[in-house]
Design a binder for this molecule. Structure first.
Ligand code: SF4
Ligand code: SF4
Length: 342
């Protein structure tokens, strides 16, 4: 653990990437109101990432020093080879994460058992009507079923709460539920993208009053960043290209980030070559300064970006990570042993 943490710190101080966002499919079986994956017709035609490409790239990512791999999408469980991909990642001692809407989790839980270090189940309300309305499909019952299956298999899924104007008032109930279940409640403020308005100050304030509650993860650095107007192109805070490697199902390196990719470098049989390409070097220089970077608050890039510069965002985003680790490991054990001893 200490050695892993040291490796992590060294990578950050040397400005080398720690995270790979691996898009293993662009397909999705939900229709969330804040997402455009299911609305893009061309995505349905794009084949899922092949096992052969993923295995080869994982080996190169390991050599390149990547520590975390987020298998993402679309809905990652739609890729039939996901369990084999996760097995290879674990064999390479990479830290794995998967976020799922849970529609397929009950039927695939056994296949991925023990292979996902950070398993996220999307849950936006304890009111089935609100959750299903936000997700665009009837999925609430499947989330509840998935929680119970995951726990019976010894998994410890986090509940991922996407904060929107439609559901932020549901947060207190969600906190109680997470505490009863002894599962982490991870917040994810919706960001402006393809016409979405993003999050309001009222919603941020409401949710962040719970930041000290057990089993709640709120990155207040991110709230501060949203309030400050997001990324400034004249003094960029984005380190998306420094911190992350983004790979598409078509085996391309996407630059500078997934949501505003303006370059797709073919990886072929050598990820190392793509990582040293002039396109990536240029994107490293320009990260956070493109016209589309103005006011950007895409949290999947800023969460790692905050670790790449010692400023208020660095310190404020570091503390919730310690709390996350404490709640998920020590607090859980204390409460379990406390209960066992009575
Ligand atoms: S489950 Fe994820 S990828 Fe699918 S529509 Fe919802 S937010 Fe988008
Ligand atoms: S759009 Fe956002 S995440 Fe992408 S490079 Fe610009 S600031 Fe970074």
């Amino acid at each position: 653990m200490i050695i892993e943490n040291l490796k992590y710190a060294t990578r950050i101080f040397r400005n080398r990437p720690i995270l790979c966002n691996y898009y293993v499919t662009y397909r999705c079986n939900a229709r969330c109101v804040f997402c455009d994956f299911w609305q893009r017709r061309n995505y349905k035609q794009i084949p899922d990432a092949s096992l052969e490409d993923v295995v080869r790239n994982l080996r190169e990512l390991r050599k390149f020093g990547i520590i975390f791999v987020d298998f993402t999408g679309g809905e990652p469980l739609l890729n039939k080879n996901l369990p084999h991909m996760l097995e290879e990642a674990k064999r390479l001692k990479l830290i794995t994460s998967v976020t799922t809407n849970t529609l397929l989790y009950p039927s695939r839980a056994e296949e991925i058992r023990g292979l996902v270090d950070i398993l996220h189940f999307s849950l936006d309300s304890l009111n089935p009507v609100i959750h299903d309305r936000l997700r665009g499909v009837p999925v609430f019952d499947r989330v509840m079923e998935s929680i119970s299956i995951a726990k019976s298999l010894g998994e410890q899924p986090d509940l991922l709460f996407t904060i929107t104007e439609q559901n932020y008032r549901e947060f207190p109930e969600m906190v109680k539920f997470a505490q009863t279940q002894k599962l982490m409640l991870v917040t994810n403020p919706v960001f402006p993208y393809f016409g979405n308005a993003g999050i309001t100050e009222k919603a941020l304030q409401f949710v962040e009053t719970f930041h000290n509650q057990p089993y709640v993860y709120i990155n207040r650095a991110f709230h501060r960043f949203i309030r400050a107007g997001g990324n400034r192109v004249e003094a960029p805070r984005c380190r998306g290209v420094s911190a992350t490697v983004v790979i598409s199902p078509q085996n391309e390196l996407l630059l500078p980030c997934f949501h505003h990719r303006n370059q797709a470098v073919p990886i072929g049989s050598s990820l190392a070559r793509a990582l040293q390409s002039p396109q990536r070097i240029k994107a490293l220089r320009r990260q956070g300064t493109y016209p589309f970077c103005k006011n950007c608050t895409i949290n999947c890039y800023f969460d790692p970006s905050f670790l790449y510069k010692r400023d208020v965002y660095f310190f404020e985003s570091f503390l919730p990570k310690i709390k996350y680790w404490f709640d998920k490991t020590i607090r859980r054990k204390i409460t379990f042993s406390g209960r066992n001893s009575t």
